[in-house]
Design a protein around this ligand. Structure first.
Ligand code: FUB
Length: 484
């Protein structure tokens, strides 16, 4: 080959990722716009009121709890000069729950850096895992640059308290102590794995807050970068992880023992330039297996300029007969999740329960924090929440609402400083109207009132849309319910 064609080849190779990224940007942008206009059913991120990352599922009874980390929205970043920075701004950890896999209830921040008095930085609330052990809930949290701490509670909702007052592990010579995953085997022994780019493990004592063993550094597992997720399925042990950066896919390794040796088995989700970072969380729920991970798809609805404003998505995952995992296509390329049971509209539904609520925000009642550590109370436990920042044309979508033989009335608990028209529609944001209701001044935004209206033609199972228009002043939504 001549020097000239050599140069051309090198240039083509160097440009390849840029070209691929540009193509991905164009096709994902189109797909996301189609999804927003409801022209196509797309497997979109689970949550829209906040940017979320690092999903950690925990099944308790008939409920799937999903703990996530939280990428601050620009307006919640305390230093105004940092608001357009691309880096991580992470102060607290969030909780979400579902019983049907498609309608999720937000529970807000359940813990924050503030719950660790020994923290040295006000940023760095990275990937957690919460596990249940003997009726208590243990939340293992990396404080980036300061080791891994643990919080304990009697309930998944908190309040969580720090029983140690110091890190559970902290190898001071580096910043690799991130992304803890904790697994208790059938023989009662509990293991914690963590680390980037090395994989570390240690055994925990039965108290779950102290180490029984020293820290072992594993030989490099092919493709391993960070975000380990340790679990067992049938007789096999699995270590899922974020694969070598960047872009990160979801890799996994298998073993016959919880401590290895581990054999890298390839990918649960192949790396793609559509997603720079990923992070697995896996669980069985109501007879199916789900893999959760993260992407930038929510941010991509508006912008492809890189910021750490991530969003959690989920897909169903299946095993081959030999225990290996069937590769899952990219989040946007799998069908939307199947709803596991219909939603009952005849009991109180929190306004912050939604399948989709793009543009809306939520907060805990009586707690006026912005999301930043300085404004935050210590872990509060379960709190009522409200939906706010409601703008013209926005809506809350609930999937699969079972009206049975017919709804007669609708009630909505809300507060308002002016007017806001709520139109209830079926199946689409511009679908048939079953009721309208005008929220009027309630005295103050802290003063909630129940507004009611008649309902027509709401029978059987439909998606329900609460559509907002004619807004003259801020309003907040607490809960709603239909009556027969
Ligand atoms: O969310 C902060 C860090 O990014 C996590 O700890 C890593 O796993 C990556 O998702």
């Amino acid at each position: 080959m001549t020097n000239k064609s050599n140069k051309l080849l090198i240039l083509t190779m160097l440009c390849q990722p840029i070209l691929v990224a540009a193509q991905n940007t164009e096709s994902d942008s189109l797909l996301l716009q189609q999804a927003m206009k409801e022209e196509k059913p797309v497997n979109l991120p689970l949550f829209q009121t906040k940017f979320t990352a690092d999903p950690s599922p925990l099944v308790v009874g008939d409920t799937l709890f999903l703990f996530t980390s939280h990428d601050a929205s620009p307006e919640d970043i305390p230093d105004e000069n940092e608001r357009s920075s691309a880096g991580f701004f992470m102060y607290d950890w969030l909780l979400w729950s579902t019983t049907d896999m498609v309608n999720w209830t937000e529970h807000g921040a359940v813990a924050s850096l503030k719950d660790f008095t020994w923290r040295s930085r006000e940023n760095g609330a990275w990937a957690i895992q919460t596990v249940e052990h003997n009726g208590k809930y243990y939340l293992y949290a990396p404080l980036h640059g300061h080791g891994i701490g643990v919080l304990v509670s009697d309930s998944p909702y908190g309040p969580y308290r720090d029983p140690l007052g110091k890190p559970l592990v902290w190898q001071r010579e580096h910043w690799e102590d991130i992304d803890p995953t904790v697994f208790t085997d059938e023989d009662g022994r509990t293991y914690m794995y963590w680390g980037n780019p090395h994989t570390y493990w240690a055994e925990l004592n039965d108290d779950m807050i102290s180490l029984k063993s020293g820290v072992t550094t594993l030989p490099h597992i092919q493709n391993y970068q960070e975000g380990p997720w340790l679990y067992k399925h049938n007789s096999h042990y699995y270590l899922a992880f974020a694969s070598t950066c960047c872009p990160e896919g979801l890799g996994y390794a298998m073993s016959d023992s919880p401590t290895g040796p581990w054999t890298s088995m390839g990918y649960i989700m192949s790396p793609t330039h559509r997603d720079r970072g990923n992070h697995p969380g896996i669980c069985n729920f109501k007879g199916k297996t789900y893999v959760f991970g993260q992407n930038y798809d929510l941010m991509h609805i508006q912008s492809f300029v890189h910021h750490e404003r991530r969003s959690v998505s989920a897909a169903e995952m299946k095993y081959n007969p030999d225990g290996t995992i069937v590769e899952v296509p990219y989040w946007l390329d799998v069908p939307p999740l199947e709803q596991l049971h219909w939603l009952n509209p005849y009991c109180r539904v929190e306004a912050e329960t939604m399948a989709w609520g793009y543009g809306l925000k939520t907060a805990k009642m009586g707690i006026e924090n912005t999301g930043v550590v300085a404004d935050m109370p210590l872990s509060t436990g379960r709190c009522n929440m409200y939906v706010y920042d409601i703008n013209e044309g926005e809506y809350i979508r609930l999937r699969g609402v079972d009206f049975g033989s017919g709804a007669k009335r609708f009630q909505l608990a809300a507060s308002a400083q002016g007017k806001c028209l709520v139109t209830l529609r079926l199946d689409r944001a511009d679908g048939p109207v079953i009721a309208t209701l005008t929220l009027k001044e309630t005295g103050s935004l802290e003063q909630y009132k129940t507004f009611t209206t008649k309902v027509h033609n709401a029978n059987g199972v439909h998606d329900l849309y609460l559509c907002f228009s004619g807004i003259t002043a801020p309003a907040r939504l607490d809960w709603w319910q239909f009556n027969k």
